[in-house]
Design a protein around this ligand. Structure first.
Ligand SMILES: Nc1ncnc2c1ncn2[C@@H]1O[C@H](COP(=O)(O)OP(=O)(O)OP(=O)(O)O)[C@@H](O)[C@H]1O
Ligand SMILES: [Mg+2]
Length: 409
């Protein structure tokens, strides 16, 4: 849109903010919750984008300057560009004053947010207990800890699906903060609006809040403290007290128990605040499924991918079981999760080659580990029994120890 400045006849063009500019405006609103910022505040935000100075398109534009070193953000999504006129203008031109509307609360979630049932899901471990808690609609936070890829997230999702409970999943990272969890100001259709974060949304809807991989968090999640006590929370940015509706509860999952990962297996996990952990009344320790259950999971998966092969399912699960036992005894650094077995089953349905499926899905491990995993699989595939292999493993270990002792002598 174009219009002329009344006073000097300069031409002003209204241009929509580009992506980068919108991101900058959003970041300012998120950080300060107001639309008029000092040059220092702008510089602060600029530094988070790796810039040394406040953006020139903002500070050098007279339309944005509202006081000494004070700038108004173009929160309507448009910026005025001024072009100097050569001749004075005489016509009266339309007045296009910028509109600033009050922020309002918006929800990003519409409709039904009950997860879908997974036909391949097999119930095991503490699933029934998790389901009972979710069905009770009581506020009763649960902490589920267990090694990677053993169905922690899927179990909670399926309990909600079965009990027809709404669920909101938040994947926690080290960057997750109050703004991501409770909400913040966003630029939407040229307006500054408040948008509820997932936690507020779950509280207001009475939904199950799944805080996935909570042990990746920093102490920026401490804003959850009052929420984990079942009380409401005061959202200072909108000056509102939010009370949880009936049915709201929290489930957190993690690979560790929130005490860090000493062996370094779970890179990025952090030690969680003790008072924070204390607010979870119960903890479930999720193990890998038993051989019988896991065989059912993999058989179902192969069948659903039109590659039914019960013998292959059984071999894969026995293979993973030996590797897990060896892992827990410290004999190997890597583990085969249920998730990886599912990857292999899918690879098999595509390549129709058992060994190739194992190979492509173990390529991510270092060469020695990968080779030993493939050798083990080949033996199982050729009919060597699990007992024989376990004995052989023990003998290999004894041989290794003897060799080590001889080296010392
Ligand atoms: N009980 C189960 N029934 C069917 N499939 C399962 C089951 N448990 C795990 N799986 C398979 O394993 C995959 C990984 O499960 P999920 O994502 O729940 O693991 P997780 O324990 O949350 O892992 P992470 O610790 O890495 O987050 C699922 O996508 C599914 O394919
Ligand atoms: Mg998970």
């Amino acid at each position: 849109m174009k219009f002329n400045d009344f006073n000097n006849g300069d031409t002003k063009t209204m241009k929509s903010l580009n992506d980068k500019q919108s991101k900058f405006v959003n970041a300012c609103l998120d950080k300060y919750g107001k639309d008029t910022l000092t040059i220092h505040e702008l510089k602060e935000v600029a530094s988070t984008f790796g810039m040394k100075y406040a953006p020139q398109w903002l500070v050098k534009n007279p339309a944005n300057k509202v006081g000494r070193a004070l700038f108004k953000l173009p929160t309507d999504g448009e910026i005025t560009e001024t072009t100097k006129s050569v001749a004075p203008q005489t016509q009266k031109i339309e007045n296009t004053e910028t509109k600033h509307e009050a922020a309002y609360v918006v929800s990003s979630l519409t409709g039904d947010i009950i997860p879908e049932k997974d036909p391949n899901f097999v119930n095991f471990g503490d699933y029934s207990s998790v389901k009972s808690i979710i069905a009770s609609k009581k506020f009763y936070p649960i902490f589920i800890t267990g090694l990677s890829g053993n169905g922690k997230t899927l179990g909670v999702t399926q309990a909600c699906a079965e009990k027809k409970r709404e669920m909101i999943r938040v994947n926690i990272t080290i960057e997750t903060d109050e703004d991501d969890l409770l909400g913040g100001y966003r630029l939407r259709d040229g307006q500054t609006v408040w948008q509820n974060g997932p936690v507020i949304e779950a509280m207001e809807r009475g939904a199950v809040l799944l805080l996935d991989e909570i042990d990746l968090a920093s102490n920026k999640i401490m804003c959850l403290q009052p929420i984990l006590e079942g009380n409401g929370v005061f959202v200072k940015k909108i000056n509102k007290f939010v009370k949880p509706a009936l049915g709201f509860t929290v489930v957190a999952t993690a690979n560790t128990k929130g005490k860090g990962s000493e062996d370094g297996q779970f890179i990025g996990t952090n030690v969680l605040n003790e008072a924070f952990l204390e607010r979870f009344p119960i903890t479930f320790e999720q193990k890998y499924p038993s051989v019988k259950i896991e065989t059912k999971i993999i058989s179902n998966m192969l069948e659903s991918e039109n590659a039914k092969d019960d013998e292959y399912a059984s071999n894969l699960v026995n293979w993973a079981d030996i590797i897990r036992k060896t892992y827990s005894e410290g004999g190997v650094d890597e583990i085969i999760s249920t998730r990886r077995l599912v990857h292999i089953a899918k690879a098999y349905s595509i390549f129709k080659n058992k060994l190739k499926a194992v190979e492509v899905c173990t390529n991510r491990f270092d060469d020695d580990t990968k080779q030993s995993f493939i050798d083990l699989y080949t033996k199982i595939d050729s009919g060597v029994s699990v007992e024989e292999l376990m004995n052989q493993n023990n003998q290999d270990e004894i041989a290794d120890e003897v060799e080590a002792d001889e080296d010392i002598i």
